[in-house]
Design a protein around this ligand. Structure first.
Ligand code: ZN
Length: 313
């Protein structure tokens, strides 16, 4: 096996291709093996394309955050030689931008104030809307919800191909700003992906269904949507994603090479015993050149947990 020894210092790397990807963790806990797979997959996809890989910390939900998690995530990425391009973007510093974009959506007739409780929304039948849109409610202590003008039922995924959901499974309205004034994930992620010029969103398959809501926002903003690519998620049992919420272990900083090898194997790269003895830099250099979407095993599970989260107010 030939291993090149010219691993570039990515932090000052100036890309020449038009590809811009990103990794966007929420600081609700340390990085675990499942998030390493997503980070590594999106990094390799970007670097194999000669593109940029940006880091965005999605810290817009303080009650769900863990003190010190943002620093821990960045340190962990660097330990694993997942060096991002440019400055880290923190969503917590972008409230003005999000409010401007909500104002734009309101002016275009896409929003309404909603006074429903979480329980009331949960009791709506699939496809049913709450009555708030017709009541012209005042803004105080209300959530702001988005009304689709057109429901997207399908999209093309770079890994999964044609992805389609039944129309009745897609909420006709969803929250973009909560009653407690926190911005919803769907709104912030689309605003940032547009503003940062992301050309392809490469992330875990737990967000497949959320893509359809996000496409509605791209259309409302009159912005072309990026490409989408959803990696297999690591599960602890069928339908149950390995996550911070189900106590996934923090990655061991003393086993960086092993962590990477295991993640590369999960992503279908032909890892050998020789590679396991190489330095982290050499493992990454090899992985960038060997990266191949076609090698990713077909073990994707779609765990649609983000649509439900987005509708919490
Ligand atoms: Zn309502």
């Amino acid at each position: 096996m030939t291993i090149a020894f010219n691993y570039p210092p990515m932090k000052n790397f100036t890309p020449h291709s038009g590809y811009v990807g990103r990794f966007a963790p929420s600081p609700s806990g340390h990085l675990h093996f499942g998030s390493l797979v997503t980070a590594l997959g999106s990094f390799l996809r970007a670097k194999n394309s000669g593109g940029q890989w940006l880091l965005r910390i999605e810290d817009i939900d303080p009650p769900r955050e863990m003190v010190g998690a943002s620093d821990s995530i960045m340190r962990c990425l660097e330990n694993h030689h997942l060096f991002w391009d440019g400055e880290v973007v923190f969503q917590s510093g972008r409230s003005e931008l999000y409010n401007e974009k909500i104002q734009y959506l309101a002016e275009q007739g896409f929003t309404f104030y909603c006074q429903c409780t979480r329980a009331q929304l949960a009791h709506l039948e699939p496809g049913q809307t709450c009555g708030c849109a017709n009541q012209n409610l005042s803004p105080e202590n209300k959530a702001i919800r988005f009304n689709h003008h057109f429901i997207h039922q399908y999209f093309y995924d770079e890994l999964l191909g044609h992805v389609e959901f039944p129309k009745q499974s897609i909420p006709p309205q969803f929250t973009i700003k909560r009653k407690d004034a926190l911005f919803a994930y769907q709104l912030a992620v689309v605003v940032d992906d547009i503003q940062q010029g992301i050309t392809e969103v490469a992330r875990g398959a737990d967000l497949v269904a959320a893509t359809l809501l996000q496409l509605a926002l791209y259309q409302a903003f009159k912005s072309p949507a990026p490409k989408f690519l959803h990696f297999p998620v690591v599960v602890t049992e069928p339908g149950k994603k390995l996550s911070k919420q189900n106590h996934a272990c923090e990655l061991d900083p003393n086993k960086v090479g092993t962590n990477l090898i295991n993640a590369l194997r999960f992503l279908g790269l032909p890892v050998t015993k020789e590679l396991q003895r190489e330095s982290v830099a050499n493992i990454m250099n090899w992985a960038i050149s060997e990266w191949d979407l076609n090698k990713i095993p077909a073990k994707t599970e779609c765990i649609d947990n983000r649509i439900g989260q987005a509708d919490s107010i």
